[in-house]
Ligand binder design. Structure first.
Ligand SMILES: Nc1nc2c(ncn2[C@@H]2O[C@H](COP(=O)(O)OP(=O)(O)OP(=O)(O)O)[C@@H](O)[C@H]2O)c(=O)[nH]1
Ligand SMILES: [Mg+2]
Ligand SMILES: [Zn+2]
Length: 282
C-alpha cells in the first residue's frame, strides 16, 4: 500500500487472527540480492508474521502486470487523467499531452474532467462529446455534485487506479471525497499562473469503500512525450480504433502521413497534433 521510511505497509488479502488488515513489514535480504525492488502496488509474500506487533517481513515478489514510472506504481489497471474544466481553464493541448503520456503505460486511460461546478452543464457535455470523438469515455466530476462521484466509484470498483494530471486540478480533493476519514492536504490554485502548488508528494494506495484501490500523485505541469515513430500512432485511440476495425495500409511501416495507399481516415480532430508529433519524431 505504501513505502514508509524503511518499512512497507502491506494490506492482507485475508484479515489476520484479530481482524488485522495491514502489517508493517521489513524486506528479507534475499529480495535485495535478487535485485528486486518492491513497489507500491506489488503483490508480495510474507513470512515471520508477528500478529501481536503487527509486523512481518516481505519474502517474495509476484510478477507484475504493469509498471508505471511516474508515479512508481505496479499492477495498475486504470490511469485517471484529471484536468480541470476551470481554475485552471482546460487547455486541450495539455490535456492531449497528458493523455498521450498516460497511454505510454499501456494501461486503460480514463479522462476525468474536474470542477464541473464552475462551468455550465452544456459546456461540460460538449467536452464529454469531444472526448468521445477522441475515443475516450470520460467522466465529469465535481466535489459539489455527489452523483458525479458515484460514477467514479462505479468505474473504479475492483481495480487499482492512479490519479495523474496537472497540479491544482483537484486530484487529492477527489480522493478525500471518495475515501471516508481521509484528509490529504489540498491547496488553492494560486497566483496569476493559475497553477497548483504541488501539494502531494508520496505514493500510497487507498482502499475505496466500493472496492478498488486508488493512488494520488503529485501534479506536474507538462509531461514529456516519447517521440518514437513506432510507438506514437498507437498512443492515439483514433488510430487504434481504425486498425482494430480492419483498416489496412499498403506499407507495413506506414506512418499515416502522406504515404500512398494509407488506409486510415485522416479527418479527425487531433490528426494535426498527431502529424506534428510524427514530424518532430524519429
Ligand atoms: N470549484 C471546485 N474546486 C475544487 C474542486 N475540487 C478541488 N477544488 C479546489 O482545487 C484546488 C486544488 O485542489 P487539490 O486537490 O489540492 O489539487 P491537486 O490536483 O491534488 O494538486 P497537486 O497535489 O498540487 O497536484 C483546491 O483549492 C480545491 O479546493 C471541485 O470539484 N470544484
Ligand atoms: Mg494533490
Ligand atoms: Zn497508413
Amino acid at each position: 500500500m505504501a513505502l514508509e521510511a524503511n518499512y512497507l505497509r502491506v494490506r492482507l488479502q485475508q484479515p489476520g487472527p484479530a481482524g488485522e488488515r495491514q502489517l508493517l513489514c521489513t524486506r528479507r535480504a534475499r529480495l535485495a540480492y535478487g535485485g528486486q525492488q518492491v513497489m507500491v502496488g506489488d503483490w508480495v509474500g510474507l513470512d515471520g508474521c508477528d500478529w501481536g506487533d503487527g509486523r512481518a517481513a516481505v519474502a517474495s515478489l509476484e510478477p507484475r502486470c504493469s509498471q508505471l514510472q511516474r508515479p512508481a506504481l505496479a499492477n495498475v489497471d486504470q490511469v485517471l487523467v484529471v484536468v480541470a474544466l476551470a481554475q485552471p481553464s482546460l487547455d486541450e493541448e495539455l490535456l492531449s499531452r497528458f493523455l498521450l503520456s498516460a497511454e505510454t503505460t499501456g494501461v486503460e486511460v480514463v479522462p476525468v474532467l474536474s470542477k464541473a461546478d464552475l462551468i455550465t452543464t452544456a459546456e461540460a457535455s460538449s467536452w464529454l462529446q469531444r472526448l468521445k470523438c477522441w475515443g475516450y469515455d470520460a467522466l465529469c466530476i465535481s466535489r459539489e455534485q455527489p452523483e458525479t462521484l458515484s460514477l467514479v466509484r462505479q468505474r473504479l470498483a475492483g481495480g487499482v487506479a492512479v490519479l495523474c494530471g496537472p497540479s491544482g486540478v483537484g486530484k487529492s480533493s477527489l480522493l478525500n471525497a471518495l475515501v471516508p476519514h481521509l484528509d490529504l492536504p489540498t491547496a488553492a490554485v494560486s497566483g496569476k499562473l493559475q497553477r497548483g502548488r504541488h501539494t502531494t508528494r508520496h505514493v500510497e494506495l487507498h482502499d475505496l469503500p466500493g472496492g478498488g484501490l486508488l493512488a494520488d500523485s503529485p501534479g506536474f505541469n507538462r509531461p514529456e512525450l516519447p517521440l518514437d515513430q513506432q510507438q506514437l500512432p498507437l498512443l492515439f485511440p483514433e488510430i487504434r480504433r481504425q486498425l482494430e476495425e480492419g483498416a489496412r495500409c499498403r506499407f507495413r511501416d506506414c506512418r499515416h502521413l502522406q504515404e500512398p495507399g494509407c488506409g486510415l481516415d485522416h479527418s479527425w480532430e487531433r490528426y494535426g497534433t498527431y502529424r506534428s508529433l510524427m514530424e518532430q519524431s524519429n
